[in-house]
Every structure is written in C-alpha cells, then in structure tokens.
Design a protein around this ligand. Structure first.
Ligand code: ADP
Length: 322
C-alpha cells in the first residue's frame, strides 16, 4: 500500500529507524523559531584536531562521534540551488516561497496567522525534484541544509537511529536557520505499522501541516527542462524537434528527462569514425533529433501508472490545496 508509505514519513522522527525502499518522500522541516534563533547558548572551547573550536552547551550531552559525522556527512553549508534551476512545478514554488522561504527570511513578519507550517511534506514519484526543492529552500533562505536518508540511518547507525535524529536536531538548532531534509522516510514506519495504514496517514496529516504533491512534469515542464539541458550543448535541434521530443515523453520524470538528454548527448560520440583519442573537439558533430529518437528507445519512463495512481489518490485525500 503506497499511500500508507507516504504517511509513514510523517511520524518518522518518533519512530524506530529501520529499512529503506522506494518510493521516496521528503520532508524539509523548517526550524526557524525566532526564540531559538536568539538563544545562542553558552559556548566553551575545546581543541578539535588542534584547532580551538567553540562547543555549544546544547551539544554537551550529544555523542561527539555523531556530531562529527553530522558535520562531515549531513550538513551542507553552501547549497546553491535557485528556483530557476527547477523546471516546472510553478504551484509548488509559489507556495513554498510564500509559506517557507519568506518566513525564514523575515520571521518578524510571519507571526500569528502568518506563522509558517511546522513541517512540510513533499511527496510524489521519484526523480521529480523534491531533493532539489529541499536544497533550494535552504539556499534561498540562507539556511544550513541538513540532508539525511533512512538508508544511511539504518546502515550506519544501526540501533542508534533515534539518538542520531535527536543529535541532528540539536546540531541544527545550533546552526539556525536550518532546513532538515529527510529522504526516503516513508519506509521507516511501514514495517512497524503496515496493518494500520489509515492511522499512519492521519499521523502524516497531523505532523505535517503542509503536504505538497510534487508531480511528474507536464509538457511545459519537460520543455523547460530540455531547453535548459541543451542550452550549453552544441546541438542542431530546432524548436519543432524539441517540442516533438517533449510530446513523446509524457510520463517521464525530471530525472528520466535528464537521463534521456545524457543518452542523446552520447550520440555524436558514438558516431565517431576512428580513434576517440585522435578526434578534435570541434570535429564532434552536434547532437541532433535522431540522437534523441535513438535515446527514446533506451531511456523509458521510470514511474508506473499504478504508482502514479496511488500518489494521486493520496494527494486527493491528504494533500494540501494551497
Ligand atoms: P527526487 O528527490 O524527487 O527523487 P531529485 O530532486 O533528486 O528527485 O532529482 C533527481 C535529478 O533529476 C536532479 O538532480 C535533476 O538532475 C533532475 N530533475 C528532477 N526534477 C527536476 C526538475 N523539476 N527540474 C530540473 N531537474 C530535475
């Protein structure tokens, strides 16, 4: 039951961490509490690798190994993704800008009725830009980006998953504003509670005040993405040929479209007569329509109609309208 998988995401933070499988569901969680922002905590210093580094009091009960791992593998200081990098999804972009990004930048305006939702759940098929959105939120809000997937929790922190998640929130609190992005978390609860899917779905509704469906790109989205990907490449497709490819790719995700373009871009390389070591870059022919037609037979849509129906059903029942 895929829709119960979606809901399972929602209560992950309290759940035991176990198992991982697709489909992925993401929840960048907004941590801009202005009170917490002002609370810098007491700092002491302790040499780390010979360098004096301030240790926040709020971290003093946290396993130093976990803190180190969070800083090295989970925290990303300079995520630079802009909304222009993300093709299509205009509705999601607008909603997220108004409800998450602006409040993070101007917390004093967004109080009371304008208070941002506590948690945001991005759900939908894989490869549609959910991770990009998470990074973009952090980047546009000038926030630190923390990204963790259930697979890393299960493989690396066996039995210590909950402790690790607590450590993650503690470190994030010291680096506010912060965006915590949890990937593939739908699976974390499904194993424990598969026999009560409805309950999990309700928990998702309670915990994540905003639940945004991130769908497969429509024709316009695919066109935007394809144009963007071809922008920097020598190619000889005219507008009609590009439109033709976009018409033939109904059902492709953003990630499928990227894969298609990469495959087509290999066409000119495969057409080289002779030794690849000898050919001058200028002699490589431009990518053409034929390369794309060939690539279409290699790169297919990765999301099944059945899965798509389940996402849509879940959206009907639990998705936020605005
Ligand atoms: P998800 O998190 O939804 O599984 P990602 O954000 O990781 O998907 O997307 C995977 C890759 O597919 C991205 O790195 C990007 O190359 C491409 N992609 C997917 N959706 C989009 C989009 N809307 N705009 C631009 N690129 C996209």
């Amino acid at each position: 039951n895929t829709s119960s998988g979606v809901a399972a995401n929602a209560t992950t933070l309290k759940s035991k961490i176990m198992g991982t499988k697709r489909p992925k569901f993401k929840s960048p969680i907004n941590r801009t509490n202005s009170v917490e922002n002002n609370d810098e905590g007491t700092k002491s210093t302790k040499p780390v690798n010979g360098v004096e580094e301030p240790i926040d009091d709020r971290l003093k009960n946290i396993d130093p190994k976990m803190i180190e791992s969070i800083k090295n593998e989970i925290m990303e200081l300079n995520a630079t993704v802009t909304w222009e990098d993300i093709a299509g999804l205009e509705h999601a972009k607008k909603t997220i800008t108004e409800t998450i990004t602006w409040p993070m930048l101007r917390p004093e305006i967004f109080t009371g009725l304008r208070r941002p939702p506590k948690g945001l759940l991005l759900f939908g098929p894989p490869g549609t830009g959910k991770t990009m959105i998470g990074k973009c939120i952090a980047s546009q809000s000038k926030a630190t980006f923390f990204s963790i997937s259930s697979s890393s929790l299960t493989s690396k922190w066996v039995g210590d998953g909950e402790k690790m998640v607590r450590a993650l929130f503690a470190v994030a609190r010291c680096h506010q504003p912060a965006v915590i992005f949890m990937d593939e978390i739908d699976s974390l609860l499904t194993q424990r509670a598969t026999n009560r899917p409805q309950e999990i779905d309700e928990a998702a509704r309670r915990r994540f005040q905003k639940r945004l469906y991130i769908p497969l790109p429509e024709y316009e989205g695919r066109l935007g993405l394809m144009n963007k990907l071809l922008e920097s490449q020598p190619h000889e497709l005219n507008d009609d040929q590009i439109k033709d490819i976009c018409e033939r790719t109904a059902g492709y995700s953003g990630s499928d479209m990227t894969g298609l373009c990469r495959e087509a871009a290999l066409g000119p390389v495969r057409a080289i007569q002779g030794d690849i070591l000898e050919i001058a870059l200028d002699d490589l022919r431009p990518i053409n329509h034929g390369d794309f037609l060939e690539a279409l037979s290699q790169v297919r849509a990765s999301v099944s109609d059945r899965d798509l129906d389940l996402y849509k059903e879940w959206d009907q029942e639990y998705g936020s309208m605005a």
